[in-house]
Design a protein around this ligand. Structure first.
Ligand code: GAR
Length: 197
């Protein structure tokens, strides 16, 4: 029996596509749902095109009532009985109550070499700091923001004249390589971090 993976997105879903494409053949998991908090997020149509179930839980009508939003999120996810949740450009902070409900089963990809640059504007902050390298991290989600055990990292050198946009263009393909690799290992019970290149 394959493990069931729900992928949570807020945008274009390129990481969602990389994850989805990887889950075939002898992979221990299959996608069961792509859920977005943003109606009309580009990734929803892409998932539908692949025949994957989609759902929307718009955070806006909850007007800041996080508990009610997360209760709706939890219900929608539970309908599809996922074993693993993959946050893939899901731009909502999840509370400890929600995380506890899915303890040890939530992965996230973050566009920095954690523990550096939790939160937003990661590439701009790496450039501003004059770092020699930047990258992305896949980690298990705990109730602390962009924290939790690291499961994999991919790094790229910072180049003279880099802008946040140029850096993002080089890091995104690394995200697409790293996240599927980590998911396959995680779904097989392997929590040892993997490092690219
Ligand atoms: C990715 O770069 C991901 O690392 C980042 O959002 C982008 C989503 O792109 N995630 C975060 O910033 C989470 N804090 P995608 O929708 O094309 O996968």
């Amino acid at each position: 029996m394959s493990l069931r993976v729900a992928i949570l997105i807020s945008g274009g879903g390129s990481n969602m596509m990389a994850l989805t494409r990887s889950m075939r053949g002898d992979h221990p998991a299959r996608p069961c749902l792509v859920l977005s908090n943003v109606p009309g997020a580009g990734g929803l149509a892409k998932a539908e095109g692949l025949g994957i179930a989609t759902a929307v839980v718009d955070h806006r009508p909850f007007a800041g009532d996080r508990a009610a939003f997360e209760a709706a999120l939890h219900r929608s996810l539970s309908d599809h009985a996922p074993d693993i949740l993959c946050l893939a450009g899901f731009m909502r902070i999840l509370t400890s109550d929600f995380v506890r409900g899915w303890e040890g089963r939530i992965l996230n990809i973050h566009p920095s070499l954690l523990p550096r640059y939790k939160g937003l504007h990661t590439h701009a902050r790496a450039i501003e700091a004059g770092d020699a390298e930047a990258g992305c991290t896949v980690h298990q989600v705990t109730d602390a923001l962009d924290d939790g055990p690291i499961l994999g990292q991919a790094r790229v050198p910072l180049l003279p004249g880099d802008t946040p946009e140029r850096l993002a263009e080089r890091i995104l393909p690394m995200e697409h390589a790293l996240y599927p690799m980590v998911l396959r290992r995680f779904a097989s019970g392997d929590r040892q971090p993997v490092y690219l290149p």
